[in-house]
Design a protein around this ligand. Structure first.
Ligand SMILES: Cc1cc2nc3c(=O)[nH]c(=O)nc-3n(C[C@H](O)[C@H](O)[C@H](O)COP(=O)(O)OP(=O)(O)OC[C@H]3O[C@@H](n4cnc5c(N)ncnc54)[C@H](O)[C@@H]3O)c2cc1C
Length: 163
């Protein structure tokens, strides 16, 4: 089962604010300090530049700052790029009672089905909440700016057969 972002964030927060005991010793967490650049230096620890103008040398820098990482350019020129696939996400509440035929194959995890140039994935979150994702079929002629038409369209599922 997927842990929701808020639950995961509060579990991490408890671990950190509780002195970091669950995370191997006391932690000096500095919230809100934005990194702008990490500079590797031969023979010296990497230098990290912060948005507030400060900079500091560290023994080790772990870049865990997401898709648009400010640290990654220190080791790779690769940046995120659009692959051409857009996924539409919807969600279902109370899946076990309201949609038991979907709840069963999902179990405590997720279920995905794949075909040529298409897929459909359903993932259980907490509280009977399920996320369903499907890549958008550009041939379906959907105008995403027209939210109501997109919501009511069945063309997202047109190439699937009910079993
Ligand atoms: C809607 C959605 C659903 C997802 N569902 C799943 C799922 O069910 N299962 C799964 O495995 N993955 C899922 N993912 C993917 C997963 O969230 C990411 O792969 C994962 O969070 C990446 O972790 P990360 O630590 O690299 O980056 P992030 O989780 O993005 O964390 C980056 C952190 O760095 C901080 N940061 C960013 N820039 C700076 C900066 N310049 N200076 C300082 N700090 C900075 C941010 O504030 C953030 O706290 C989902 C993603 C999305 C968007």
């Amino acid at each position: 089962m997927c842990i929701g972002c808020s639950g995961f964030a509060s579990a991490l927060s408890v671990a950190v604010d509780g002195g970091g005991a669950a995370l191997s010793g006391p932690l000096d967490v500095q919230w809100g300090r934005e990194v702008t650049q990490a500079v590797p230096r031969a023979g010296d620890g990497p230098l990290v530049l912060f948005a507030d103008g400060r900079q500091k040398t560290f023994d080790l820098v772990v870049g865990a700052d997401g898709a648009w990482s400010r640290v990654r350019p220190a080791v790779s020129p690769v940046t995120p790029h659009y692959t051409g696939v857009t996924t539409v996400e919807t969600s279902l509440d109370d899946v076990d009672d309201s949609y038991p035929e979907l709840g069963r194959p999902i179990g405590d995890g997720s279920v995905s089905v794949y075909g040529v140039n298409r897929s459909l994935s359903a993932q259980r979150n907490s509280g009977g909440h399920v996320k369903v994702c499907a890549p958008l079929d550009w041939n379906a002629g959907l105008d995403l700016a027209d939210v109501e038409a997109t919501r009511s369209s069945r063309s997202l599922l047109a190439r699937w057969q009910r079993i």
